[in-house]
Write a protein that binds this ligand. Structure first.
Ligand SMILES: Nc1ncnc2c1ncn2[C@@H]1O[C@H](COP(=O)(O)OP(=O)(O)OP(=O)(O)O)[C@@H](O)[C@H]1O
Ligand SMILES: [Mg+2]
Length: 166
């Protein structure tokens, strides 16, 4: 019996497709979805600045915060009225936070994308999905966006730096 499904999302096409899959599973099982976003902690390099330029960390953090709120809002809108869901927004190392959320909560499975917004083309799994699937002992469903993923990768190699959040 599947009652609680953890769906970590980062605004990527794979994560969107994972959510679609989770919605189907939730419907069939009358289960609840927990949408989870982890705002990655600022990197030490960003905190120190580069070449003597100190970045506006507070503004960067606000921008980050806005981005993940938008990701959660967009995902919430995709969930039909007959599927129950909650939202979790936290900060830290995404892989570690997803694993502890999954272990500490009462989840039956995790459904997530294979890749995210990372720019390295050609990898099957990103660092977050690899971390989660290698640590958790519960079922983890890893979803590819298919054509959308290919378009995303192709655009990245052309140097367009806007993240795909659609
Ligand atoms: N910050 C995050 N919060 C919640 N879920 C995330 C986050 N980052 C990634 N995920 C989940 O993990 C999946 C795989 O993303 P991952 O970050 O591993 O790949 P990537 O971005 O292509 O690679 P990398 O981050 O290693 O450069 C995403 O589709 C999403 O489901
Ligand atoms: Mg990533």
């Amino acid at each position: 019996m599947i009652r609680n499904i953890l769906v970590p999302i980062d605004g990527s096409p794979d994560a969107d497709t994972a959510l679609d899959h989770a919605i189907e599973l939730a419907r069939e099982n009358n289960a609840e979805i927990v949408l989870m976003c982890v705002e990655p902690s600022a990197s030490p390099l960003a905190t120190r600045g580069v070449w003597g330029v100190t970045p506006d960390m507070a503004e960067a953090e606000r921008e980050n915060d806005r981005f993940y709120h938008r990701v959660l809002d967009a995902a919430s809108e995709r969930i039909p009225d007959d599927v129950a869901f909650k939202r979790v927004l936290t900060e830290g190392d995404p892989g570690a936070k997803i694993v502890s959320q999954a272990e500490d909560g009462n989840y039956d499975m995790v459904v997530m994308g294979s890749r995210g917004l990372g720019r390295v083309v050609g990898l099957l799994l990103g660092s977050v999905s690899r971390h989660v699937v290698s640590r958790l002992r519960m079922p983890v469903v890893i979803v590819h966006a298919g054509a959308a993923e290919v378009r995303h990768a192709a655009r990245d190699t052309q140097g367009d730096d806007a993240p795909a959040t659609a």
